[in-house]
Design a protein around this ligand. Structure first.
Ligand code: AMP
Length: 289
């Protein structure tokens, strides 16, 4: 595995490979890697000639009160994991290289699709977050020239926003969204799980448990969507320090979904102690009227 820090150096190395007809699969991350990240790298290895993983804690996607400075940075351990799964390139640029003097966030959300995708759900509670995400992802796609981009279903709004951006800008890259990897007891893997105390870790389990139960109840048609959602919200609130949202939405548009004929997703964001966790489960379309 080759580690590269300078954007122009990575572009040069990958240009050469692309000239030989090789295709690049790209996995953007913020590091503190776990099995969720590694599953994306394995998929990139399987489906491409070259895999590239970036580790960059992107300041533009954190709000002023968020955990940018304390976000875990464990490059040595991450490199070992990436070697084990067989990534070809690790790209870990400095902040100055990604955002040189005079940088001005260029991308703004406009147009009819954005209000829900980039202003609802997480965006409502993290203003500017997705603008930072699409800015860095667009830059990283330009640097890597990837033909496939690997994202986790765990961040389903992020995947929807990036998918929309790629379509809008006509970028020549295919998005591959891979399933959420969970701990044995159901907790969705997250770099932020390492912030949790033993008690918080125990309470965090309520998130996946509530979402699984909500999915089961929706599939069994055990009540109205509004009623089942309200019950789930109440359950979740008992163990969380704060629930930002729990919603059932159309998996594509992220608009509130009541129709069972479409693929839906139940998703939640909450605080356990000072740690903000998100999770979601896909609810396949059902044929019951
Ligand atoms: P992050 O380092 O948190 O920015 O995540 C980098 C990528 O890994 C994103 O596409 C995430 O959606 C994905 N990811 C994070 N956690 C998981 C998980 N538990 N399962 C699958 N993918 C994940």
């Amino acid at each position: 595995m080759r580690t590269i820090r300078k954007p122009e150096e990575l572009t040069k190395a990958l240009d050469k490979l692309r000239a030989q007809g090789k295709c690049v699969g790209f996995v953007p991350t913020m590091g503190a890697l776990h099995e969720g990240h590694l599953s994306l790298v394995r998929a990139a290895n399987r489906e491409n000639d070259i895999s590239v993983v970036s580790i960059f804690v992107n300041p533009t996607q954190f709000g002023p009160q968020e955990d940018y400075t304390k976000y875990p940075r464990v490059l040595g351990a991450d490199r070992k994991k990436l070697r084990t799964v067989g990534a070809d390139y690790l790209f870990c640029p400095s902040t100055a290289a990604m955002y040189p003097e005079g940088f001005n966030k260029p991308l703004k959300f406009a147009g009819a699709k954005w209000p829900r995708l980039a202003r609802g759900l997480c965006a409502k509670f993290r203003p500017g977050h997705f603008q930072g995400v699409v800015t860095v992802v667009t830059k990283l796609l330009r640097i890597t020239g990837a033909c496939r981009l690997y994202l986790g279903a765990k961040d389903c709004q992020q995947a929807a926003v990036i998918g929309q951006l790629i379509r809008d800008l006509g970028l020549d890259v295919r998005v591959r969204v891979m399933p959420t990897v969970r701990e044995k007891d159901g907790l969705a893997m997250s770099s932020r799980n390492r912030y949790l105390s033993a008690d918080e870790r125990r309470r965090a389990l309520t998130i996946s448990r509530t979402l699984f139960r909500l999915r089961r109840d929706l599939q069994r048609n055990a009540g109205t969507v509004a009623g089942l959602r309200a019950r789930a919200f109440h359950e979740l609130k008992k163990d969380m320090d704060r629930v930002q949202y729990l919603e059932v939405v159309d998996a594509e548009t992220l608009h509130p979904a009541r129709r069972r004929g479409r693929k839906r997703v139940a998703l939640a964001a909450c605080f356990v102690g000072k740690t903000r966790l998100i999770d979601n489960v896909i609810i396949p379309p059902s044929r019951i009227p």
